[in-house]
Design a protein around this ligand. Structure first.
Ligand code: ACM
Ligand code: ZN
Length: 751
């Protein structure tokens, strides 16, 4: 949102510089208070306001979203005859620059909306509606020149793991359009249930749309079985053809393309309860989720389903999944083996690729294009496929370099099934930790690409998987306001993005979302950013909250902050010893109804000291920076994905050399349990001490107090007060679980 003072200078060219200065300051106030999301490319202000009349006359070519939106704001409208008599004048002008480009001018005598095309008119209309929504009947005079950074600005919703009703989808589309998002990726089928109505294969909705349990873990542990529609107590659902048509029509009016996804060849276990012949195994077995690629019936099935899908969805793109096939049974299946022989396919990757290519050919023959998750790169990419890169950006980079179009949806930044603040006090989520800021920080343009390769990056999408998202309200809680951050990532030029500005605006939009009946997460994260200065021998913490207008008050002795506690002033809180920081948000003298932050940090004797790993090594996926990780003074944040937690699939056994004999008063080590990600507490942690590094004596042992039945992330500090002297400290943490199960540690603190 660059303020265009050039125009002001032209207008006031004859006036003194100081007057321009004063006027610019006024402009800055207005700029600051305008709450548009996503931030437009340019705004220039002119002095004055425009008052809306009781009845707004609209010119020909007024986009329908504007008419509908004005009606939604209870503003009366009427059609004008001829351009001059109308109050809001919309028109197409191909000379307007940029993708979905528009110019919106709120002047002294009405409003002009000029756009390059219909899409641009719709986007300009959304900006105008947001401005009217904010200011009511008296608008600031201004001019916006705006266009989209990226063509594809998407949201994916998984309706298989938990079914989401049509009304919620409609509401989601309305909100997406408001924030200029234009692709709805509808993950219609998966191992949690089939949601697409097929006339050709009616058993899908009869036998694969309802399951024995709603709760994902209970169902997974119990039987992973589907039951017939109508079975008492069964959980599930599917869309009727009419409901799908309603969604597609509504989306079309808003300028949103609905991209349906039909998963293959993996994530297909639900199919086998309806059509077991599509499996490599003899009938249904829950550990099998891949279809048989050797069987021609598989192709007959998917081609027929895709015909029905294409009849309902006009989208050029059809998503065919392609992710996470287990490939567990293709090797033993006679039909798959025969397919490989006949087609000269050397392995399971090529077998999968054979299927994707064949399906692509089919879609292409009907004038459609295939999108798949990045695993479709395995065994060779289908010639015209577009890749949705979710396992980081690597797949996207590779595909773009091969000349394929790409949509970036990396799990690291835009997976909305992860926690948005600490798990404590939040509904159960799927492991990771993706704050609003994390989403906002994503720049969907990998540095590895040349300018011509970068043209293949069509855009970016946030994904909401719903294993742990129980219903529509919960889905909205996970989507909003993170989807608003995505909208700005996708729309606004990278150079114009600024989190502090976005956060201020998000704080305006969250109450507005709630008022519209959208169950948004009420922004309440307080982040502690911890740093260590080994030269000055001190640790420091900076605090940031998602409510910049609120005061952060804090204590460093573990007590609950009151209205009399110090206000955090933005500078680091420094300690040369040990503090237990507690931070709380206040508005005036009143504490907000937001959970406190508790954060412990220490400048301790172990920082920077030599550490030896005894017959163990961190897992290559979770090195946390290697040898320094456990003694760097920087604490792990609430996610196993933050790059600070060191992970071990073996027991942990390390020796720390303090360099000389030291008085030891307290040693502790923090571990995390994140069962969904196969991370468990160590059964037991032991501290041993030595003066010579050879002969160790065990001084204390402690068993975990954490139940392995807890699925929320849990953090446990194994704490060992002591009165000892030693030079060498050895810490052992057990890990008795089978291979593939982790323990995660950060940090070992020595006082
Ligand atoms: C995915 O998250 N399996 C695409
Ligand atoms: Zn097979």
């Amino acid at each position: 949102m660059r303020t265009n003072y050039a125009r002001l200078r032209k207008l006031f060219g004859a006036l003194s510089l100081s007057l321009v200065g004063i006027f610019s300051a006024e402009g800055a106030v207005a700029l600051d208070s305008l709450q548009l999301i996503p931030r437009p490319v340019t705004i220039s202000y002119t002095k004055g306001t425009l008052t809306l009349p009781k009845r707004l006359t609209l010119s020909a070519h007024t986009p329908r979203v504007l008419r509908d939106g004005l009606a939604g704001l209870s503003l009366a409208t009427t059609e004008a005859k001829g351009r001059t008599s109308s109050f809001i004048r919309s028109r197409i002008d191909p000379s307007v620059q940029g993708r979905e480009g528009y110019r919106l001018t709120i002047g002294a005598r009405g409003i002009d909306l000029v756009a390059r095309d219909e899409a641009g008119l719709r986007q300009g209309a959304q900006s105008l509606l947001q401005i009217i929504g904010q200011y009511g009947a008296r608008l600031p005079q201004l001019s916006i020149v705006d266009s989209a950074r990226m063509a594809y600005r998407g949201v994916m919703l998984d309706v298989s793991r938990h079914f989401m009703k049509t009304d919620m989808i409609i509401r989601l589309l309305d909100e997406m359009a408001r924030y200029k998002l234009n692709r709805f990726h509808w993950h219609l089928v998966d191992g949690g249930g089939w949601r697409f109505p097929s006339e050709k294969y009616p058993l899908l909705t009869k036998k694969a749309a309802f399951r024995t349990e709603s709760d994902w873990d209970k169902w997974w542990q119990k039987d992973r079985r589907f039951v017939d529609e109508g079975t008492p107590g069964a959980y599930g659902g599917y869309y009727t053809k009419e409901e799908i048509q309603r969604v597609v029509r509504h989306a079309d009016r808003l300028g949103i393309t609905v991209i349906p996804e039909i998963e293959l060849p993996g994530h297909s276990n639900e199919l086998f309860s309806a059509y077991p012949e599509l499996s490599c195994l003899d009938g249904w077995a829950f550990e099998n989720s891949d279809v048989c690629i050797g069987n021609e019936k598989t192709f007959t099935f998917f081609e027929a389903i895709l015909d029905e899908v294409m009849a309902l969805f006009p989208s050029k793109y059809i998503h065919i999944g392609g992710d996470e096939a287990t490939m567990r049974h293709w090797g033993d299946c006679p039909k798959c083996t025969e397919r490989k022989r006949v087609e000269g396919l050397k392995d399971d990757h090529e077998l999968q690729s054979y299927m994707i290519r064949r399906i692509e050919k089919y879609l292409n023959s009907k004038g459609r294009k295939l999108i798949g998750w990045d695993e479709i790169l395995m065994g060779g990419l289908a010639p015209d496929a577009t890749v949705m890169s979710w396992r980081g950006e690597e797949g996207g980079i590779k595909a773009a370099k091969e000349g394929h179009d790409v949509i970036l949806t990396p799990g690291s930044h835009v997976y909305l099934d992860f926690y948005q603040r600490e798990a404590d006090g939040e509904p159960r989520a799927n492991g990771g930790f993706t704050t609003l800021e994390k989403v906002y920080s994503y720049n969907p343009m990998p540095k590895e690409l040349t300018a011509s390769e970068a043209k293949h990056i069509l855009g970016v999408q946030a994904n909401l998987w719903t294993e742990y998202v129980l219903d529509e309200a919960h889905a909205e809680y996970m989507l909003f306001p993170r989807v608003l951050a995505l909208a700005e990532v996708a729309w606004t030029p990278q150079a114009d993005r600024d989190y502090a500005s976005f956060l201020r605006r998000a704080n305006y939009h969250v109450p507005a979302l709630l008022k519209r009946g959208v169950n948004a997460y009420p922004l309440r994260h307080i982040a502690a950013l911890n740093d260590v200065d080994t030269a000055r021998r001190e640790v420091s913490v900076r605090l940031m909250s998602e409510r910049p207008a609120a005061e952060i008050r804090y204590t460093v002795d573990g007590s609950i902050p009151t209205a009399l506690s110090p206000v955090y002033d933005g500078r680091p809180i420094v300690s040369r010893d040990s503090i237990l920081l507690v931070a709380r948000l206040f508005d005036g003298g009143k504490a907000l109804d937001v959970p406190d932050l508790r954060f412990r940090t220490d400048y301790h004797k172990g920082i920077g000291k030599k550490i030896t790993y005894n017959d163990c090594s961190w897992n290559e996926k979770y090195p946390a920076g290697g040898e320094r990780a456990l003694l760097d003074g920087v604490r792990g944040t609430p996610t196993y994905l933050d790059g600070r937690w060191q992970g071990f699939t073996s027991p942990l056994d390390v020796t720390i050399d303090l360099g000389r004999e030291e008085e030891l008063s307290h040693i502790f080590a923090k571990f995390m349990q994140e069962r969904i990600q196969w991370v468990y507490m160590p059964g037991e942690v032991e501290v041993l001490l030595s003066s010579d590094g050879v002969n160790f004596r065990s001084v204390v042992k402690q068993s975990t107090r954490t139940s392995e039945e807890i699925y929320q992330p849990v953090f446990e500090t194994f704490s060992f007060p002591m009165k000892e002297r030693a030079r060498y400290v050895r810490l052992r943490a057990s890990n008795d679980r089978p291979k593939g199960n982790f323990i995660f540690c950060d940090e070992i603190v020595i006082h």
